[in-house]
Ligand binder design. Structure first.
Ligand code: AMP
Length: 287
């Protein structure tokens, strides 16, 4: 496994490994790898000749009062996991390497970024679009692997790839969960024991939403209220959003709409704070 810290090193390594017909699978991350990241890496390794992992905590996608400075990092462990998953190249640039100066060009996907995390975290998806564009230009992957835990991010990247004609196939990967259902996240380490216990309510409510959705007489508004009341039974949970939208267009569904009449794919998307830790989770429904 080759570890590259500069763009020049990355380009040199890629040109050695990538001969004409080799396919390249790319997994962009912010590090502190867990089994969710590992599942993306393994899939990339299975489906491509060469696997590239990037680890970069991208300051552009953090707001001023977010956790950029305390975002967990463990390079040694990350490299061990990457090697175990059969990664060929790890790109680990510094902030200076990626942004020698604050960029004047950013990639902004409009519309679908106005809701959910785009509304709660202004500028977040501009940071994501910009860094993923840069990484795609540097790595030139055949396929790039993204987790559906960040379903809005997947919708944004797919839109960007379509609009800007990036020649990359975006591969949607299933959310990996703890045995009790909590979606794996690098941020789960912030949770106290009590918060961790109550955090299971996110995935529980998504499970229950699957039953509620098909209950006779259920409306979009009632579905949301059921979800909110299940989560707020935990006194430590503070809901940032609990939305029921179309996916991937992320259009709101009128509260009165009977769920039995829905004709497109939908998403229940949640962002819930436990103290200062903000967790997200979601579930897609094919009707
Ligand atoms: P992050 O390091 O949090 O930016 O995540 C890097 C990639 O891993 C993104 O495509 C995430 O959606 C994906 N990812 C994060 N958590 C999970 C999970 N629990 N299951 C599957 N993929 C995940």
């Amino acid at each position: 496994m080759i570890v590259c810290r500069t763009i020049q090193e990355l380009k040199a390594s890629l040109s050695e490994l990538r001969t004409d017909r080799k396919s390249l699978g790319f997994v962009p991350t912010m590090g502190y790898l867990h089994e969710g990241h590992a599942s993306l890496l393994r899939r990339a390794e299975e489906e491509n000749d060469v696997t590239v992992l990037s680890i970069f905590v991208n300051p552009l996608q953090f707001g001023p009062n977010e956790d950029l400075d305390r975002y967990p990092r463990d390079e040694e462990r990350d490299l061990a996991i990457a090697a175990e998953c059969g990664t060929d190249i790890v790109f680990l640039p510094s902030v200076k390497e990626m942004y020698p100066k604050r960029p004047l060009t950013t990639v902004l996907v409009s519309g679908i970024t106005s809701r959910l995390c785009g509304a709660s975290r202004p500028g977040h998806f501009d940071g994501v679009g910009t860094v993923v564009s840069k990484l795609f230009h540097l790595v030139i992957p055949t396929r790039a692997y993204f987790g559906m835990k960040d379903a809005q991010q997947v919708a944004v990247i797919e839109q960007m790839v379509h609009d800007l004609n990036f020649e990359v196939e975006i591969v949607r990967c299933e959310t990996v969960r703890e045995p009790d259902g909590l979606a794996l996240s690098s941020r789960n380490v912030y949770l106290s024991a009590e918060q961790r216990e109550q955090a299971v309510r996110l995935s529980q409510s998504l499970q229950m939403a699957g039953d509620w959705l098909y209950a006779p007489g259920m409306t979009a508004g009632q579905l949301k209220r059921n979800i909110v009341s299940h989560i707020t039974e935990s006194e430590l949970a503070e809901i940032d959003y609990a939305e029921f939208l179309t996916y991937p267009s992320l259009e709101p569904i009128d509260e009165q709409t009977s769920t039995a009449t829905l004709e497109e794919q939908t998403i229940v998307a949640l962002a819930v704070k436990f103290g200062t830790t903000r967790l997200i989770d979601n579930r897609l429904f094919d009707i």
